[in-house]
Design a protein around this ligand. Structure first.
Ligand code: FRU
Length: 576
């Protein structure tokens, strides 16, 4: 499948290369076996870079007037072109653009640098075609228009608009050149790409973080300024901030960055929130396998208050992307604090997952109420990572989104134009079962508005609602296509489990870690299940919020059959 696609692409590219060659936009100067300068005069907006995914990164320095204006790594095409990406040029300048390009030294065995296909395929343009070319691109999940995406970052809500920033590579569909991309939505399901909001600088590339709406202008950047916190990933990881006075469209980096430093190698992903209990800001970040908690009055000067995590929960990997919030416990007048700790690897089925802790937080110290050996997972699928919440969500809601992938195979999933989607948005709460309090996860109410016609069979973008009939025998749900590629889900009321088997779900061989049967505790009975299907993902929820499971699937044809053994009243809604 993939190879056929590549052949078609190669043929198309070969045909068009003749035309492009005649009007190559620049001149190539060979400086060594692995080093060239490409000189360009252009009034066009973009230089279109041809990418070949199997190649190693070349290092590009964009030079203007003897100054480096941008640096990036990209897998410039050597033999074939898989796809292209746009490099934005400054059209207001008269001077030539120099691309100073160095290839990895082992390229000497590939052939002479002058013969690399990239030189024939480079072109300038005022357009970059972002129309979809991927059959797996979801309908109601956020995806980048092109290029790579991982963690959701800096999410906030303001004036009826949901803002989502995300870890992005604008120059390829694999992890590199970390930048905050920006998308907005009015319905939490359909998103508009707004461009790159925060780009790499001398302190490093831009790793994950959060944003807050500074309603009281505590930082002095302006009333209602958006203040974003991110990790500057340079030689070491430090924390920086940037602010926006145009509702998150453009950011100015603070001139006294970094604002938090430490002598710790994995030191990242600051999450900031206003803590009404202490009338101050708190910041939580991952420091190795612990979380550091800070406080501040002005968002610029931070005091380290405490650390949490030593010997608590799962330590099978690096702790990343924290969040901390106060939530009501369902059916009581109590509130408790939820500390989210994404971990990679160490997840229940291998690789990445979201663990959490419940306890108390007094603005200084988080105290976990469970025994250290207790581990709790927010979602029991394999593709739910880097979950964090929106700042300033309406009605006191705590809305989260995850990155719907797993570091075990995220760079290998069978898409090319883009890689990775976010989960559907979910609202968090707390419930008690036995002696423990757990987080409840419910699909956000905005998703109800996506329901269009009721349909008789599953479609590639639908929601299946099932009222479970039997609490004595298992309910077995098989979703399949005409090629008998299938996903089997089982609710077992006796064992109080829900499982999803994707071992025969379609394309699985891009990674030997993809075939999985994931299994979740249900903490009591499930009376209604909600399954969200969108081209290449299945998100299963107990409608009451006690169980969530998110898994990618790559059927070669959409699943169009549903068989339920054990009986359930089933309604299928096409989602738009
Ligand atoms: C989590 C993560 C973060 C880091 C980012 C880099 O997926 O590793 O800890 O900030 O990705 O892209």
């Amino acid at each position: 499948m993939k190879n056929i696609h590549k052949l078609v692409m190669a043929a198309f590219c070969a045909a068009s290369s003749l035309a492009v060659q005649a009007q190559a936009p620049g001149t190539l100067n060979i400086l060594g076996d692995n080093h060239v300068i490409y000189r360009l005069q252009s009034k066009h907006k973009f230089l279109i870079l041809p990418i070949e995914e199997k190649e190693e990164n070349a290092h590009l320095r964009v030079i203007r007037d003897n100054q480096v204006v941008k640096e990036l790594n990209c897998r410039l095409a050597i033999d074939n072109v898989d796809y292209s990406v746009p490099l934005e040029l400054d059209t207001h300048q008269d001077s030539d653009v120099l691309l100073d390009i160095t290839f990895q030294s082992n390229r000497r065995s590939t052939g002479a640098v002058k013969d690399f296909v990239a030189w024939k395929m480079l072109k300038t343009s005022d357009q970059f075609d972002t129309s979809n070319r991927e059959k797996y691109r979801p309908v109601y999940h956020h995806t980048p228009l092109w290029g790579w995406m991982n963690d959701p970052n800096g999410m906030f809500y303001k004036d009826g608009v949901w803002h989502l920033y995300f870890q992005r590579n604008p120059y390829g569909s694999y992890w590199e050149n970390m930048t905050w991309g920006h998308s907005t939505s009015k319905d939490l399901a359909h998103w508009t790409f707004e461009g790159d909001a925060i780009t790499p600088d001398a302190l490093g590339t831009i790793f994950s973080g959060s944003s807050v709406v500074d309603k009281e202008n505590t930082a002095g950047f302006g009333n209602q300024a958006i203040v974003a916190f991110y990790t500057s990933a340079g030689t070491n990881q430090t924390q920086s901030l940037a602010y926006s006075t145009d509702n998150g469209k453009t950011f100015t980096k603070y001139n006294n960055n970094p604002v938090i430093t430490a002598n710790v190698p994995d030191f990242r992903d600051p999450h900031v929130f206003w803590n009404e209990d202490i009338k101050a800001w708190n910041l939580i970040l991952a420091a190795g396998q612990e979380m550091n908690i800070y406080s501040s009055k002005n968002l610029k000067n931070w005091v380290l208050e405490s650390k949490f995590g030593h010997e608590y929960g799962n330590h099978g990997g690096v702790w990343e992307c924290p969040d901390l919030m106060k939530l009501p416990v369902s059916g009581t007048h109590e509130t408790k604090w939820l500390l989210i700790c994404n971990i990679n690897p160490g997840g229940p089925f291998g690789g990445s997952a979201t663990q959490y802790f419940i306890g108390d937080f007094d603005g200084h110290k988080f105290t976990c109420e469970s025994k250290p050996e207790v581990t709790k997972w927010m979602d029991y699928g394999k593709d739910h990572y880097a979950t964090v919440s929106f700042d300033n969500a309406p009605d006191g809601r705590h809305v989260v989104m995850a990155w719907m992938s797993n570091w075990q195979y995220a760079n290998e999933v069978p898409t090319m134009q883009y890689r990775s989607a976010n989960s559907v948005p979910r609202d968090l709460g707390l419930f008690t079962f036995g002696d423990e309090t757990y987080v409840s996860v419910t699909p956000s109410k905005e998703l109800l508005a996506l329901r269009s016609a009721k349909v008789g069979k599953p479609t590639e973008a639908c929601e299946i609602v099932m009222d479970i009939r039997s609490q004595s025998k298992p309910t077995v749900i098989t979703l399949s296509n005409d090629k008998n590629e299938r996903v089997v889900m089982t609710y077992n009321p006796k064992n109080r489990t829900f499982s999803m088997d994707r071992t025969l779900s379609g394309m699985t061989d891009f990674s030997n870690m993809f075939k999985t049967v994931s299994i979740a505790p249900t903490y009591g009975t499930i009376t209604q299940l909600r399954l969200f299907i969108d081209k290449c993902s299945i998100e299963a929820f107990d409608a009451a919020g006690k169980m969530a499971m998110t898994n990618l699937v790559f059927p070669t044809q959409p699943y169009n059959n549903l068989v339920v053994k054990g009986g359930a009243k089933t309604t299928i809604y096409a989602l738009k």
